[in-house]
Design a binder for this molecule. Structure first.
Ligand code: AR6
Length: 216
């Protein structure tokens, strides 16, 4: 079986040719997209399909609401696995909640990670209410927190694309642009992983990341 997981390790032409070949092989391999990795300024952006709660990274990002009240989707899954200490901590430390477009840190309870960054993405209202800037800012604030907490690795879900209704293709473009720009500007953290729940979400992010490599 062909392993296409380690593709596009840097910006050289040779690596890009390898990436294209690996991509074709991965599509030939049952048509199922494999994980994808691209390097920006010595930092990796990695796309994987999976469950955010199972990630062994320094920080896991929660797709929270501005009351930090818990809910369904990623938020429900993270609090279920992490245990009640996380909600107790956020209630105590952030009684005012967290504004949309920002994020706040907490411990990670029973999760394998050290920290959870509770990020509040925008509710999609058609795209003319500042949603792109708010989504980018939520990702950026998490990366700033990762640097402040000396995290070597951070895992993001596709914030706002579930209950908050942000179209997946646009969310992929806006989130990946924000992360790429931060990595180029700051050169850390070394690993940023996007954990996408299904093949459609993974494909949407992979198309944007491929476009970033092609247009460099
Ligand atoms: N791992 C990775 N991705 C997941 C997981 C998981 N375990 N579960 C869902 N997704 P959502 P939002 C995907 O709704 O849109 C909550 O009630 C999901 O398929 O979790 O920012 C909060 O309390 C989707 O693509 O977050 C807020 O009130 C993406 O993660 C509100 O929902 C985000 O979906 C936040 O809505």
């Amino acid at each position: 079986m062909i392993d296409c997981r380690q593709w596009c390790e840097d910006y050289s032409d040779r690596a890009y040719q390898l990436q294209s070949a690996a991509c074709m092989l991965s599509l030939a391999n049952g048509g199922r997209r494999q994980n994808m990795r691209v390097k920006f300024a010595e930092c990796l952006i990695e796309l994987v399909q999976g469950d955010i709660t199972a990630q062994e990274v320094d920080a896991i990002v929660n797709a929270a609401n501005s009351q930090l009240a818990g809910g369904g989707g990623v938020d429900g899954a993270i609090h279920r696995v992490a245990g009640k200490s996380v909600m107790e901590e956020t209630n105590r430390r952030y009684p005012e909640g967290c504004p949309t477009g920002s994020a706040v840190p907490s411990g990670a309870g029973r999760l394998a990670a050290r920290s959870i960054f509770h990020a509040v993405g925008p509710i999609w209202r058609g795209g003319m209410r500042g949603e792109p800037a708010l989504l980018k800012s939520a990702y950026r604030r998490c990366l700033e927190l990762a640097v402040e907490h000396a995290c070597q690795s951070i895992a993001f879900p596709a914030i706002s694309t579930g209950g908050y209704g942000y179209p997946m293709d646009l969310a992929a473009e806006h989130s990946l642009t924000s992360v790429r720009d931060f990595l180029i500007e700051c050169g850390q953290p070394p690993l940023v992983r996007f954990v996408l729940l299904d093949g459609g979400a993974l494909g949407a992010h992979a198309r944007v990341l491929e476009g970033m490599v092609e247009s460099r």
